[in-house]
Design a protein. Structure first.
Length: 183
């Protein structure tokens, strides 16, 4: 058993680090969400911000968009040209995707400064792509509402998770110390 642990030390370290960071960030995010229930920003600051930024981008693109708090659930309603298009929920704010991304990068960490900068760069990129995803999805839902299922459950999650996967691959091949140690 000891020889297996020694042989797979890097794999075990990766799994333990990934799970530890993921749990710590998820618990921190849960505390943030619980704290946000008493906030002036509904349903929470980040979801509120993403909703308003999506609305602003849509307005710049020539749509008459607005967001308003949903009265029956903790979401923001996105309305384009007086037509209810979608609910922007906490899961739409990209924080859970960032937590997954950061957990992986920490588990395959490189030099501390480069690791931090890559996590920051990747998180900002995830945020921007997520905003773009919401805007494009909203336009798609406005013009092609019968395509809702494929747009929302296949294409756009594929885009954001595909980008995260590519960021991970780039990180592992370019910056990770773990790969360099095994060579």
């Amino acid at each position: 058993m000891k020889s297996l642990i020694i042989k797979y030390k890097s794999v075990i370290r990766f799994i333990v680090t990934f799970i530890t960071v993921y749990i710590l960030l998820s618990v921190g995010y849960k505390f943030y969400l619980d704290y946000s229930k008493n906030s002036v920003y509904y349903p929470d600051y980040i979801t509120n911000l993403v909703s308003k930024q999506s609305k602003d981008i849509l307005n710049v693109m020539g749509y008459d968009a607005r967001v308003e708090p949903h009265t029956e659930e903790p979401t923001m309603k996105l309305i384009i040209n007086n037509k209810f298009i979608a609910r922007i929920i906490e899961g739409c704010n990209s924080i859970s995707v960032m937590i997954l991304f950061i957990s992986f990068i920490m588990a395959f960490s490189g030099k501390p400064k480069i690791t931090f900068m890559y996590m920051l760069f990747g998180s900002v990129l995830i945020y921007v792509v997520n905003l773009s995803r919401i805007v494009i999805l909203s336009i798609g839902l406005y013009h092609y509402p019968w395509r809702k299922d494929i747009l929302h459950t296949v294409i756009f999650p594929g885009i954001i998770y595909g980008m995260v996967f590519l960021l991970w691959i780039f990180w592992v091949n370019r910056f990770s110390n773990m790969i360099k140690k095994n060579e």
